[in-house]
Ligand binder design. Structure first.
Ligand code: FAD
Length: 388
């Protein structure tokens, strides 16, 4: 097993780190009121990062999951809203367009994703159905050579900035998961309305998005049935990318904690001299490294998609680790850790998101548990799964 980055991976990580630590760090507080981090996004586009999962033929880098995760980790160390915005350009929605959209849409939209001129939004969650995708009510009905869409989506990221919405919808009212397809809706389409705003504790704004007798041409219906089944592999990729943000947030908070305990004197010596504080740092460090091992290993199985069981395991552990570690980073800062004066409270607020989205911890624990009792692991444990 190889535990070192190769030269190319190292160069890529270093260039993103330089930008993130040199510029994004100082700007991070600006985005906590819901302002979209355009300045950062444009600079990342110049580095090519926004197109990291866009196929090379459309001007992207076509990077595998592991490299994408490394980049998100670097950005998240200093700025959760920027990392989330980049995930939006590198995640499921990009894959839907790359794999399922007709050539006319791919050729027009994907180069704009790379340049940062087209922000993508994914619309899945509905007011009464988040995890329970079988209950989606948004529906697309054929009308001649066009489709009419009605419905409401909620908690949608980047809805105000998006140039393209990737919307999961029922097709012709067909029930259940099998009846779910996917439609592409461009900004400015009559009947598309971005309404109610939710400001999150992580800093970003989420919105409600409504489709009122909205019409699209047939070519915009990019998945006509079994949308979830078709995209399960892409969702497993998301289960590696979401925790890469958690890992970065935990590392960023850990670095801040180490710096602070070396500098802060109490009772005549730096608090780093107290064993109780050093033990906290030791626990934070071991948790981060355990999560890194799980996550990188899950990414390593991607060929091109990660193993679902390992991705779920890595996601649950890393998301929850980040909440613990960023919380402890606040603790060692004392009362100052609770203020905006130090980055740790910001990183903690971002870390709280991971276990809610991209497959919540409860549903992924279900997936992991089902596999464990399925019989696959009864005799040889992990060896039976063929990972080693
Ligand atoms: C910052 C942020 C950004 C987001 N961006 C987007 C976006 O861009 N697009 C989009 O479509 N959505 C987005 N969402 C919504 C997100 O995907 C949903 O919140 C998520 O899918 C959970 O759905 P829900 O909130 O309806 O919770 P529910 O499905 O109502 O779940 C509530 C609780 O029940 C638990 N639960 C569910 N099933 C089970 C079970 N079988 N056993 C035990 N417990 C269970 C859940 O884990 C959760 O803890 C975003 C959310 C946040 C916080």
């Amino acid at each position: 097993m190889e535990f070192k980055l190769n030269d190319e991976q190292r160069r890529m990580v270093e260039s993103v780190r330089e930008l993130a630590q040199g510029k994004f760090r100082q700007r991070a507080l600006r985005w906590m009121d819901g302002t979209f981090p355009w300045e950062n996004i444009k600079e990342l586009a110049e580095l090519g990062v926004l197109g990291m999962t866009v196929p090379e033929e459309y001007g992207g880098m076509g990077l595998p999951v592991f490299e994408t995760a490394l980049i998100l980790e670097e950005i998240a160390k200093v700025c959760y809203p920027t990392a989330m915005a980049v995930l939006g350009e590198a995640g499921v929605q990009t894959r839907v367009i790359s794999h399922y959209a007709p050539a006319s849409i791919r050729e027009r939209i994907l180069p704009q994703v790379v340049s940062g001129d087209c922000i993508l939004s994914i619309c899945m969650t509905e007011p009464h159905a988040g995890t329970d995708v079988r209950n989606y009510r948004t529906n697309a009905v054929r009308k001649g050579d066009r489709w009419v869409i009605n419905g409401v989506k909620t908690l949608i990221s980047r809805a105000e900035e998006a140039g393209m919405f990737v919307v999961f919808t029922r097709i012709e009212g067909k029930p259940g998961r099998e009846g779910i397809g996917c439609v592409l809706i461009e900004k400015g389409t009559p009947g598309l309305e971005v309404t109610g705003t939710y400001h999150t504790m992580g800093g970003e704004n989420l919105h409600e998005v409504q489709f009122n007798d909205l019409e699209v041409p047939d070519e915009n219906i990019v998945i006509r049935e079994d949308g979830f089944k078709k995209l399960l592999n892409a969702f497993n990729t998301q289960r590696c990318l979401n925790p890469s943000i958690s890992l970065g947030l935990a590392e960023g908070a850990f670095d801040e904690a180490v710096k602070y305990v070396r500098e802060r004197p109490i009772f005549g010596k730096p608090i780093a001299d107290f064993q109780g504080i050093r033990w906290k740092l030791a626990d934070m460090y071991k948790d981060i490294e355990a999560a890194r091992g799980l996550l990188y290993r899950a990414c390593w199985t991607a060929n091109p998609f990660p193993d679902p069981f390992l991705a779920a395991t890595a996601k649950v552990f890393t998301n929850e680790m980040a909440i613990r570690v960023t919380g402890e980073a606040i603790q060692v800062h004392g009362g100052f850790g609770f203020t905006d004066e130090y980055p740790v409270s910001r990183l903690y607020r971002g870390a709280r998101y991971g276990s809610l989205g991209g497959g919540a911890s409860e549903t992924l624990r279900d997936l992991i548990g089902r596999k464990i009792v399925s019989g696959d692991m009864d005799t040889d444990g992990i060896l039976a799964l063929g990972y080693f």
